[in-house]
Design a protein around this ligand. Structure first.
Ligand code: PLP
Length: 401
């Protein structure tokens, strides 16, 4: 039997791909200079936060000097912040939420960890369409949960029959991430409707047998990043088993300030006397997060309806598409987020990543995201770097022709 430690190491091994490239980048930059390296390895948002953050931060600084200004706050978050985020999410998710339906977390990462801690028993499975954000495996592996990747179609849309076939009595949740890291896919309303029907059918069967339900977990830190009029459907009202989590890491460029949230469909949040929300609040405390950072909570609450300058990302997106097309690299045009997941010329992602390294271009092999034969490129870099990489992509590709 696989132990919790084995499961953790198996998943951790995969995620270290990104870290390895990051470290390689530091090495190359030290050797050849910052400007000589095109680093597409990490999704650390570099666009400044909205200008409004400046004045809000000054106000928060004044507030912080009062007694308990920087003290502990309730484990689920500052009550007024929960209300503000609930109002923001009500608009975004097109359903009325109250503060009681929302928990403030230490980024989307800890929202995921709390959810898995609260719901998984050893051996439970979490289905994820692959390719996927590789940390999911680590997060559920901490609690003996096992990630069950189900390959998406070639255009990265959901393969509903394959997902349905993967559901067993061990399955506790299906996690979707749209706009997606690493593919940039945005799932359509039709795909989501079909997924929800599968979950509702399964839960109707489970209810008859007195079994625990299957949750739909929607991880949405990239919700604001949708290009060319693409719509990101609201998932929360689609099912009473839906939970949406996200953060302001990318939309407000405050990844280091670690502010995220979990929003629970109100019917689910009220079920069993509010057990799920109170369990999530408890584990948020006992896992050692205690409460989300108070400065970040106040900042996010004040500016959550704005975003960073999304036009910057759109320009990068279009430029990267041109660079790849000119190099003859095949890819599915991402509809959102800020990643590209093209095919590796020659078919071997590790070899192509090595060829790119020779051009001082850093990419991450798709194997690290559960789909070999592809590479992931993060466009959290200046346009100039994308433009500068063009010749390197061409030369690297020519080696495989
Ligand atoms: N989910 C996905 C798909 C991500 O790409 C990331 C970060 O890159 C996270 C969750 C965690 O983000 P954070 O904890 O910064 O909100």
């Amino acid at each position: 039997m696989q132990t919790v430690t084995d499961a953790f190491h198996a998943a951790a091994g995969k995620s270290s791909f990104i870290r390895k490239m990051f470290e390689k980048g530091i090495e190359l930059k030290q050797q050849f200079g910052e400007d000589a390296v095109c680093d597409f390895s990490l999704g650390n948002p570099d666009v400044p936060p909205p200008e409004a953050a400046r004045e809000v931060l000054h106000r928060i600084a004044d507030d912080a000097m009062r007694p308990l200004g920087l003290g502990y706050c309730p484990n689920a978050g500052i009550p007024a912040v929960r209300e503000s985020i609930a109002a923001h999410l009500s608009r975004q998710q097109k359903m009325e939420l109250k503060g009681k339906d929302v928990i403030m977390t230490v980024g989307a990462a800890s929202a995921l960890v709390c959810f898995f801690r609260a719901t998984l028993s050893r051996g439970n499975e979490v289905i994820v369409p692959s390719p996927y954000f590789v940390e999911y495996g680590n997060y559920c592996g901490h609690f003996g949960g096992v990630l069950r990747p189900v390959p998406s179609k070639d255009d990265f849309s959901l393969d509903i029959p394959a997902i349905t076939a993967a559901i067993s009595s061990r399955t506790r949740a299906i996690i979707i991430n749209s706009p997606n890291n690493p593919t940039g896919a945005i799932y359509s309303r039709e795909e989501l409707d079909a997924l929800v029907r599968t979950i509702e059918d399964e839960n109707a069967r489970r209810e008859k047998k007195g079994m625990r339900p299957l949750f739909l977990l929607s991880d949405e830190p990239y919700r604001a990043f949708a290009y060319d009029g693409a719509e990101v459907p609201a998932v929360l009202p689609m099912s009473r088993f839906a939970i949406v989590l996200g953060s302001f890491s990318k939309t407000l460029s405050m990844a280091g300030e670690r502010i995220g949230y979990i929003a629970v469909n109100p019917e689910l949040s009220e079920a069993d006397g509010g057990t799920l929300v109170s369990t999530l609040t408890l584990v948020n405390r006992t896992l050692g997060y205690v409460n989300a950072p108070v400065i970040g909570q106040k900042l996010a609450a004040a500016i959550c309806d704005s975003t960073v300058d999304l036009d910057v990302y759109k320009r990068r997106h279009d430029l990267m598409a041109k660079v790849l097309t000119d190099a003859g690299i095949e890819f599915v045009m991402p509809k959102g987020a800020f990643y590209f997941f093209p095919k590796a010329p020659g078919g071997d992602d590790a070899k192509f990543v090595d060829a790119l390294l020779e051009e001082r271009i850093l990419a991450v092999p798709g194997s690290g995201f559960g789909r070999a034969g592809h590479i992931r490129l993060s466009c959290a870099v200046d346009e100039k770097i994308i433009a500068r990489s063009a010749e390197g992509f061409k030369r690297a590709t020519e080696k495989f022709q």
